[in-house]
Write a protein that binds this ligand. Sequence first.
Ligand code: NI
Length: 399
Amino acid sequence: MTDTITDPVQRIAAEARNWRRDIHQHPELLFDLPRTAALVAAKLGEFGVDEIATGIAKSGVVATIRGKLGDGKTIALRCDMDALPMGEQTNLAYASKTPDMMHACGHDGHTAILLGAAKYLAATRDFAGTVVLVFQPAEEGGGGGRVMIEEGVLERFGIDEVYGMHNQPGLDIGSFSIRSGPLMAGGDRFIVTVNGRGGHAASPNLAHDPVLAAAHLIVAAQSIASRFVDPLDSVVVSITYVSAGNDKALNVIPGSVQIGGTIRTMQPDTRRAVEVRFRDIVATTAKLFECEAELDWRPGYPVTVNDPAKTLAAISAAVDVVGVERVDDAAPQTMGSEDFSYMLEKRPGAIIWLGNGDSADLHNAAYDFNDDAIVYGMHYWIALTAQQLGSGKNHRQPE
Ligand code: NI
């Protein structure tokens, strides 16, 4: 830890540890976060922020803090607040009190970190411009970030830039990792219904067999990744659901087959091209076997793309906190998805990984957010604010 971590931040981080454990004991899901949102709003009120808006995307909370050094731009610092529908197996004293719900992705930690930073920033206000604190619901599958944007949060609060943070198991405590450009994949899902004509299994010539059509479709879909996309670009096609016929009627060709799955892409252009290709394959493969296909395409989270200039700003802030040797600026890309991507589509910004040390993986029943990461996360938000909103003292100016 460098000497840029000052005593007030340490003191608040010790409090934030208790907030984190409180939130951890009371996990809530998706858009339904009444207790968590109330806790966040109450704390922000205690801290004396300038404005608190609740009920955005049902349980999202947004607060503003204006600097004392005058006017400037407006940056948003965003965290997620929701837990996961799974049972906790940590044996912690502060384990979840709700069966089949747990904070297995560390959003309890993200919330405590942003609250801690808010307390410090509201007390000091040593910047020019405005910090908007965005506490969002429904990161785990509900697209809470998208709903907040649809409800006008970017315009309502005049947000110019957006910044996110997520903990990373396996990355040392007191380390950060980030990369410019695409960081996490876009994830779309689909259900295809192949409709043919059922019949006697002994007379396939009188039927239009949707099973054979679906089997070819499953194989043909893999040609998207292997034959259609640049080998240096990343695409995953996974068929995860197949349903047809029944095991009491093995002499019957069924009338229809359903298959479903997900397609992950790492470039926005590729994402669009792959969807077009997949639609072609579905329609033409079905036709080849005298069947018809209905495609239910379900767009998921977009590709998470860090803005190059804002990534430099994030790197510079992280370096201020922990030193250059503990900031990896070439983080590996992952095929997982993150709904901060919606905000990054609308405003320049960047999301950074915060080291969670040697913990269980995200979404594992044995996972726990590491409280020792709180002080680093808080100080990152504070350093980023100082840098981007120009108080300038002892901080690099990357742009
Ligand atoms: Ni998460």
